[in-house]
Design a protein around this ligand. Structure first.
Ligand code: GLC
Length: 573
């Protein structure tokens, strides 16, 4: 036996022992192993993304062709707008079969092929799940109205008399007339928060709850990583004739979360719940037993107010008002989504200020509360402002969600009805029909001509141009990836100038600072170095890698108009 063996053995044992000792001093961070807390989500509708078979409509095979583009952009997860069979009178949010794939965008086989290709590239897939209502063409509703004795009748909410508040609480004021509509077949009034052709499901019914679970299980088995749950506050309400604020069944949310996690431990529910901050806890749950993620609609409204006025003070307040949440929960932040920008929580004066800045014409406004435009035209294609806005999106303490086409600064088509204005086909190249389809005509018009037409604004051109918005956004995504502090850490805001938002995030002893200037005027700011800060390394300046040393424990920073800077504290060059 080797004479040195006992020494080596002893040394090995010592190493093992010290390792196990060290391990006891590492506290696992619950947030760190949650993929959704530090991901970048890309939202698209298969119908408007890419057509593979020349019928003028986007499809799953087309989406497969573009997956490398999405991977190259740097996103982690795709959120797909509804793709189930539907009369599509609300662009697919009127589902007629929860278990199918709309034949215009492919077959179940195409969906499976897409899921496989997404998985190969490490892209997770979140799907829209619209359980608040069905289409009136859904077989459940057909049965429900034809046969009031059928069990399906109870899956919807009915009343024999017209309720006094039949026209209160509409989701689409100005377009919708009522929330209780008479059905001449059932000879009763049924409840619908949205359009008349979207009867609300009744979640007080235990059989419906079980069916909803089967639907979730079905798609989880197809490999989806989670659901974007539509209209959560409406889904959980008990429609009650004559009651404006019907009771909410929060246990439906916790039940769903438990069910989803039981089927797939890492799957999530991302809720669409535009609720006031004091209600957040009811949706997230005290200890994270509710939705893992929610869109922060509250912050979104003050964000646009800040862009409109050049002053982020109320945005700061909104961030603080929504700060409290369970450690495992996460906010989803966005600039634009597929709907109007909802400004319903601003005061009339504040809303008018935002209208004035970004949607002055009434044709740009919708439902007495919002703006139906894309970001680039709202910002009048102001590049510094757009870049600052995207930098901020990636710097907000949550998970950024990008809407397809935003990365190239696509425009809107106000001739299209309601929210369809912001749902035009993706602009891939300067080929005919924007490279979206080889058909002579797309099912929905491609934007052409002018500043936002596909001839000028398209992916192919921007990929070739280092100064393009696409390249800037790609770079911001890369930067965000290097800063887990933002998605996972704790954060605080320092007031340094009325037009500047300064955030500091800390995670596992490392810190990042971001500064965003909401004014078109340059701002000279002075900030105090925190205890332990020796210098800052700017991450946003690609040309000069340089450390910023404090003078008398202070940093002086010049931000250009709409400028932004990200720094890492004490990072070596
Ligand atoms: C959600 C969707 C919206 C849809 C509505 C009804 O608010 O975001 O697009 O029209 O639900 O399903």
């Amino acid at each position: 036996m080797n004479r040195r063996f006992p020494v080596i053995l002893l040394y090995g044992l010592l190493l093992l022992w010290s390792g196990s000792l060290r391990a006891q001093y590492v506290i696992r961070d619950a947030a760190e192993d949650r993929w959704y807390k530090n991901s970048i989500i890309y939202n698209l509708d298969v119908h408007t993304f890419k057509d593979s078979d020349g019928d003028g409509q986007g499809d799953f095979q087309g989406l497969i062709q573009q997956l490398d583009y999405l991977k190259g952009l740097g996103v982690d997860a795709l959120w797909l707008a509804p793709f189930q069979p539907s009369p599509r009178r609300d662009d697919g949010y009127d589902v007629a079969d929860f278990y199918g794939v709309d034949s215009t965008c492919g077959t179940p086989g195409d969906f499976a092929a897409f899921m496989y290709q997404a998985k190969l590239r490490g892209l997770r897939v979140i799907m829209d799940m619209v359980l608040n209502h069905t289409s009136d063409a859904h077989p459940w509703f057909k049965r429900a109205r034809q046969d009031t004795a059928s069990p399906y009748h109870q899956w919807y909410a009915w009343t024999q008399q017209r309720p006094s508040n039949y026209d209160k609480g509409m989701a689409f004021p100005g377009v919708q007339r009522e929330v209780w509509s008479y059905d001449s077949v059932a000879k009763a009034w049924y409840y619908h928060r949205f359009y008349r052709f979207q009867p609300d499901l009744n979640f007080a019914n235990p059989y419906l709850r079980s069916e909803a679970e089967r639907i979730l299980a079905y798609w989880l088995q197809q490999g989806v990583a989670g659901f974007r749950l539509d209209a959560v506050p409406f889904m959980i309400e008990v429609a009650t004739p004559g009651v404006d604020q019907p009771p909410q069944q929060y246990e439906v949310i916790t039940g769903m979360q438990r069910f989803v996690q039981w089927h797939n431990g890492s799957a999530i529910v991302l809720g669409e719940a535009n609720v006031p901050p004091e209600d957040n806890v009811k949706y997230f749950g005290e200890n994270g037993e509710g939705l893992q993620m929610m869109f922060n609609f509250y912050v979104n409204q003050y964000l646009f107010y800040a862009f409109a006025t050049g002053k982020p003070a109320l945005l700061v307040k909104a961030l603080q008002d929504t700060k409290k949440k369970p450690a495992t929960a996460q906010w989803a932040y966005f600039l634009r989504n597929h709907d109007e920008i909802d400004l319903g929580r601003l005061s009339t004066k504040q809303r008018n200020e935002v209208y004035q800045a970004f949607g002055p014409d009434t044709s740009m406004q919708l439902y007495d509360r919002g703006i139906r435009r894309r970001l680039a035209p709202m910002f009048n294609n102001n590049r510094p402002l757009m870049e600052m806005a995207y930098s901020l999106l990636f710097a907000l303490p949550g998970t950024p969600v990008i809407r397809y086409g935003e990365e190239i600064g696509m425009g809107d088509d106000l001739r299209l009805q309601e929210r369809l204005a912001v749902r035009t086909p993706m602009q891939w190249s300067s080929a005919l029909q924007a490279g979206f389809t080889t058909a002579p005509k797309a099912f929905r018009p491609v934007i052409s001509g002018g500043d936002y037409g596909y001839e000028k604004v398209n992916v192919a051109a921007q990929q070739q141009n280092p100064g393009s918005l696409l390249r800037v956004i790609q770079e911001l995504i890369r930067l965000r990836r290097q800063c887990p502090e933002i998605g996972l850490g704790s954060w605080e805001i320092q007031q340094v100038a009325p037009a500047v938002l300064l955030m500091r995030y800390t995670f596992k002893g490392k810190s990042v600072l971001t500064l965003h200037n909401f004014s078109k005027m340059a701002q000279q700011v002075r900030l105090n170095a925190a205890a332990g800060d020796d210098y800052l390394l700017e991450l946003t300046d690609k040309d000069k890698r340089q450390q910023l040393q404090p003078v008398n424990r202070r940093y002086d920073i010049l931000l250009p108009g709409y400028g932004y800077k990200w720094y890492r504290v004490n990072a070596a060059l």
